[in-house]
Design a protein around this ligand. Sequence first.
Ligand code: FAD
Length: 552
Amino acid sequence: MIEKGPEMKVMIVGGVAGGASCAARLRRLDERAEIVMIERGPYVSYANCGLPYHVGGVIEDEASLLIANPQLFRDQFAIDVRTHTEAISIDAKAKTVTLRDVTTGAERAEAYDKLVLSPGAVSVRPPLPGLDLPGIFHVRTVPDARAIRTWLAANAKGKRAVVIGGGFIGLEMVENLVHRGLDTTLIEMADQILVPLDVEQARPVEALLRRHGVTVVLGEGVTGFATNPSGAIDVATKSGTIYAADIVILALGVRPDTALAKSAGLAIGDRGGIKVDDHLRTSDPDIYAVGDAVEVRDIVTGTDTLLALAGPANRQGRIAADNIAGRSATFRGVQGSAIIGLFGTTVAWTGASEKTLRRLGRDDYEKIYLYPNHHARYYPGAKTISMKLLFAKSDGRILGAQAYGEDGVDRRIDVIATLIQKGGTVYDLEEAELCYAPQYGSAKDAANFAGMIAANVLRNDMPLAHWSVDHTSLLLDVREPSEIADYAVPGALSIPLKQLRARLSEIPRNRDIAVICRSGQRAYLATRILLQNGFTARTLSGGVLAVQQSAH
Ligand SMILES: Cc1cc2nc3c(=O)[nH]c(=O)nc-3n(C[C@H](O)[C@H](O)[C@H](O)COP(=O)(O)OP(=O)(O)OC[C@H]3O[C@@H](n4cnc5c(N)ncnc54)[C@H](O)[C@@H]3O)c2cc1C
């Protein structure tokens, strides 16, 4: 028989990603602790990431979003789950939390030895006139998704949707509303959707949305809502344009829910999240905090940041549990790996974007654009991946990557994400041993290929030029005449690659030469020929594809 020692009472506020992970992990490590999980809503451990797909009908059954229920937590983990219970304040000195029964309103204080906060984030709701009109929704919880589905069913004739906010939740809602046959408009205040991406990488995604009938409005702020005479909602914008809608989805982003933390006097960071150390301990050593509510360190930039994603929340929940159970576990920080599927394509990114590096005044980076096939070209069905890789000029450390395509995007970004977390370089990426068969990749995988190109640049085998930089170089286009007929680069001297060796005398030796082809590959070959013949040549990264992509 196990001797029963004094029990530690651990109270966890929030019963979804971070909270539920913490509770289950703690039980696996400590059979004796008393674990109480407090959740304001009706459900614990539900898949909020699946909510847009429930609205769209891809996940038809609401019950399948409920990954675990209170009974399972009780039976399998001996965890005391209290749904419909809100933690309203913390007395850190007395080590008590005041709990309110959401149904009856009854309040009482309950003691803890260790407290974990995983209250998540709250949807941003600016004080706009008409924001509470019927037909305007946000998407955070199962009841939110149910309310949208109910509204859509009751207003089946209404065919116009306006989604406000072009982040990943907004875009997932756009896709699902289109899927339901709604005529959908997306309004985004920034001049691009998916702001973690660099603008040129977002442009093809915006074009994709437009190809699927979505009206994409950029650089436009919403100023208010009103019911129009036909009963629909008029969405007014700064430019004076009115967008009529039968349903409006607000996806304006989230901010950390710090109300409880503030009631306990816990330190809040500059970005507005709960401040935690590497062990996820707050400024009170008996209170831990995890998930969307906390401020974390960005391992690429070294700055403090907020990141509302499920992966970090789940891992942090485990780490807090480890520490409470007496182990010493540390959180490594985040790098912002994210992915979104849209109309059969995938967009994914990890690490820092170029605009972030610039904002931080980092000028020691280089970037490449490449367009490899997702698997061997000779095997049917090869699709192009549009990739951008950012790396440090000094030591080749990988700083970030962004990719877009129909297939194979997730794997490449995950490989790069893993290397970034380990402080890997482009030399590691070119040497990464990745699995290959023709239907999955290439002997030189797209990820290796990115590493090889970047390493070529750093070894000075491929001096690089960029379209974004004004240069006085002579543009040399080494594409075939048929390609130039399709898309000509003004002012470029045309010498197809195959003729280059025989026509070197036509190229001035007193000029810098920037070599262009479709994607950069033939331009690299041409650059090598020119360099070895005494010319000063550079490859225009991404070739014509890079220009066409950013011009969408
Ligand atoms: C529609 C949607 C789609 C998403 N899709 C993805 C995705 O595809 N990939 C991804 O990585 N992330 C996605 N996310 C984000 C991800 O769900 C969150 O990052 C993650 O759930 C955060 O975990 P958390 O524990 O911090 O907060 P949550 O999971 O939000 O849990 C917080 C819980 O705490 C409860 N709570 C708050 N305050 C109190 C209180 N005072 N008393 C009692 N209970 C309280 C709340 O009711 C809530 O249930 C999505 C989020 C949404 C809303």
